[in-house]
Design a protein around this ligand. Structure first.
Ligand code: ATP
Length: 464
């Protein structure tokens, strides 16, 4: 903390010195040139600015342009986000919008301003229209990219756990959208001021900052021209800082994981597989497999690497459709610890469990402690945890998920040391509460630890 404060102070001092350097250079250049028309000195610009800000007209002008330019920006953000959401859900909308956005992005702003002057009777709202058009394609493109970049494995997990749509949007899609959306807003906030003021200058919008720039040009008043330019730069920077801070604050709040609405306790029927075959690219992995996992039993699925254990779990969970045969599990709700942890990287261990579990925080903590996670590890973003700690968070989430009648665990003890391994196996036994549990493992010792029967996957006969 102390370190970051000193770093910040250092950065402010360095930036301040750099600004002073350029101001001094500007002052020296203006003295050398000796013409106020060609290059007025920064001191004169400051004096002119000080004179301007004491007038009511100055504030009315600033308000006039700010309201219009920012309205264009806000409108572009709203429309851009709505269109991106529609385009993410429909290929037709995406195809229809692509040429429109590419065209708007590549047409020079001056052409739009002239066209808008022909279309609009009154130039008062010209800046709204132009800043809207300049910002829209950036917000649209970045938001769409963010939505489509959402982690497919996390989305699959949410489908399996039956996480409601709103929570999936909030906790899986939003973190993917926020960084590109923020970048779009940062660029858009600079662009809307540049294009909006350009529109006001060309349209000579009465009462606007653009009109003041135009008048300064007519009167050859370089000091006034630069004073208004300083005002535009300051306004643009202030609004960018304010908006981004507000966005970061809202983003942090939105990503704080709240408990889901409690679900009914999970019920599980037997899971039956009849004559199930599944292959990839013509290579069979599961061949005419008929199995029954009785309700409430725990089974260890074993077999050499590449034999199809994960494929079996995915077929049981309904995440993979068999090529032939049927799988029936009634209305069984599944939870799973996949081979990959699939965690919400920005959230801590407790919030990762809370994502699918309505238990009170202390109960979640107790479960994590019983898995050997220390207090400190529970409160840090899981991105900072070790492989073994992350594995245990994924295991806790699978065992504590609301409403799950069957739990699928794919190598749940991978990467755990002897002690943690035993602890995790005990945790699975204690928390299974009569539910069906399928555990894929390479370690024969797991069947003993879990006191569960072993199902060995036989190799698919050669030639099939
Ligand atoms: N989505 C996929 N596309 C193509 N091939 C796949 C896919 N998923 C699995 N396979 C192939 O299916 C075979 C079985 O894979 P699977 O992951 O089910 O085996 P496994 O027994 O779980 O292996 P391990 O113990 O190493 O995890 C492998 O040859 C794998 O390459």
């Amino acid at each position: 903390m102390m370190h970051s404060i000193t770093e910040r102070k250092k950065k402010i001092i360095v930036n301040g010195l750099a600004v002073c350097f350029w101001l001094l250079l500007w002052q020296a250049a203006s003295v050398c040139i000796g013409s106020d028309l060609l290059l007025v000195s920064p001191v004169k610009v400051l004096v002119t600015l000080a004179g301007l800000i004491t007038t009511g007209d100055f504030w009315a002008t600033v308000l006039f342009s700010t309201v219009r330019i920012l309205s264009g920006f806000v409108l572009a953000v709203l429309v851009g986000v709505v269109l991106a959401v529609l385009a993410a859900g429909s290929g037709v909308v995406r195809a229809l919008l692509r040429p429109l956005m590419v065209t708007v992005k590549s047409i020079p702003v001056a052409s739009f301003i002239i066209l808008a002057l022909l279309w609009l009777r009154n130039t008062g709202n010209l800046a709204v229209f132009i800043s809207f058009l300049m910002v829209l394609p950036i917000v649209y493109t970045n938001t769409l990219t963010g939505i489509r970049q959402a982690d497919a494995q996390l989305l699959e997990l949410a489908r399996l756990y039956r996480v409601p749509w709103g929570r999936t949007m909030r906790y899986i899609r939003l973190p993917a959208v926020l960084p590109p959306f923020r970048a779009a807003c940062a660029v858009g906030l600079g662009l809307c001021w540049k294009s909006g003021v350009a529109a006001e200058v060309i349209g000579i919008t009465s009462g606007s900052i653009g009109e003041k720039l135009y008048d300064a040009k007519l009167l050859f008043s370089t000091a006034e021209l630069l004073a208004w330019t300083v005002v535009i730069v300051l306004l643009s920077l202030c609004f960018e800082k304010l908006f981004l801070r507000a966005l970061d604050w809202a983003g942090r709040r939105a990503l704080r994981v709240t408990a889901p609405r409690p679900a009914e306790p999970g019920t599980a029927g037997p899971v039956r597989m009849e004559q199930v075959s599944k292959g990839f690219g013509g290579a069979p992995v599961l061949q005419d497999l008929s199995l029954e996992f009785p309700a409430g039993e725990m089974v260890c699925v074993m077999g050499p690497s590449g034999q199809g254990k994960t494929t079996l779990l995915r077929v049981v969970a309904g995440l993979l459709k068999p090529d032939r045969g049927t799988v029936s599990a009634g209305d069984t709700r599944f939870s799973a610890a996949f081979q990959e942890e699939r965690l919400l990287e920005y959230a801590d261990a407790v919030d990762n469990v809370r994502f699918v579990c309505s238990l009170p925080e202390q109960k979640i903590r107790d479960a994590l402690y019983s898995l050997g996670l220390e207090k400190d590890a529970c409160g840090r973003p899981v991105a900072e945890l070790s492989g073994g700690q992350r594995r245990r968070v994924a295991l806790a989430r699978a065992m504590l998920a609301d409403g799950a009648g069957a739990v699928l665990l794919d190598e749940p003890f991978k990467g755990l040391d002897e002690e943690a391994h035993r602890c995790a196996a005990r945790f699975v036994q204690e928390r299974r509460q009569g539910r069906t549990v399928l555990v894929v493992t390479h370690d024969a010792q797991d069947a003993q630890l879990l006191q569960a029967p072993v199902l060995s996957l036989e190799p698919v006969p050669h030639g099939h």
